[in-house]
Write a new protein. Structure first.
Length: 247
């Protein structure tokens, strides 16, 4: 799927915002292609949010420029890459270096909770930086890697949550019984308490978009896996729309 295909799919579903992150990296696109994508989004009445992975100052400045091109009010970032896992002190120093530029452009830099950092440590980083341009993109599953549930993460990071990734999931015992598997599901088909989550999102101190994120397990056949993902998109959007009417 190309970027324009994803935008068309969102338009078919009546979705108002699309987030392009590191699985479809905008910096790898030709500048002309980005301009065409931004124009198509405007024509279809869809807001674009941009995201990436990696906490290098020059790279974050590059994504600030891309946010300007795309009309994005945020840049979502996952801190760690396979090549670099910065310390807390390095993260604080980098954020302090780049955030004045984000402030001038009116763009917020949102750190996604991910495997390595527990919520209390992310809260410490945000308090240390102490700038309104930095916040949290709350993912509902990632922090299981730190042995934390979404309830724990939200309780610790509520003042800074400015974007929400709704990712439903199931936990099942592996077939050999020695451990568990965490797998994605369509929204509403897993263990995530989505009515509670959406109610919490509505009560956040910052206005927050809710982004549907799917983790379809690979089914040993690409075409079948893609077909299942497409079905999940429709099921998930319908479920979220119905649920939002009652929270």
């Amino acid at each position: 799927m190309r970027a324009l295909d994803l935008l068309a799919r969102a338009s078919e579903q009546g979705v108002e915002v699309v987030q392009f992150a590191d699985n479809m990296p905008l910096h790898a696109m030709d500048p002309g292609a980005r301009r065409s994508l931004a124009a198509a989004a405007r024509e279809q009445g869809i807001d674009v949010e941009v995201g990436t992975v990696g906490l290098e100052p020059d790279y974050l400045d590059r994504y600030l420029a891309i946010a300007g091109e795309m009309g994005s009010s945020i840049v979502r970032v996952v801190i760690d890459t396979p090549q670099r896992q910065p310390s807390v002190e390095e993260i604080v120093a980098t954020l302090r270096q780049v955030l004045p530029g984000y402030a001038r452009q009116g763009v917020r830099l949102l750190i996604e909770n991910h495997d390595r950092f527990p919520a209390a440590e992310l809260a410490y980083i945000l308090r240390k930086v102490d700038r309104p341009e930095v916040g949290i993109c709350l993912d509902t599953v990632n922090s299981l890697g730190s042995l934390e549930t979404v309830e724990t993460v939200l309780a610790a990071l509520r003042p800074w949550v400015m974007n929400v990734h709704v990712k439903d999931f199931r936990i099942r015992r592996a077939h050999h019984k020695m451990g568990f598997l965490v797998e994605g599901t369509a929204a509403g088909a897993g263990r995530l308490d989505i009515p509670w989550l959406l109610g919490q999102a509505k009560a956040l101190p910052h206005d927050s978009n809710v982004i549907l994120e799917l983790w379809p397990p690979f089914e040993n056949d690409v075409a079948f896996t893609v077909e299942k993902e497409q079905a999940w998109v429709g099921e998930s959007v319908d479920y979220l729309r119905r649920t939002l009417e009652h929270v």
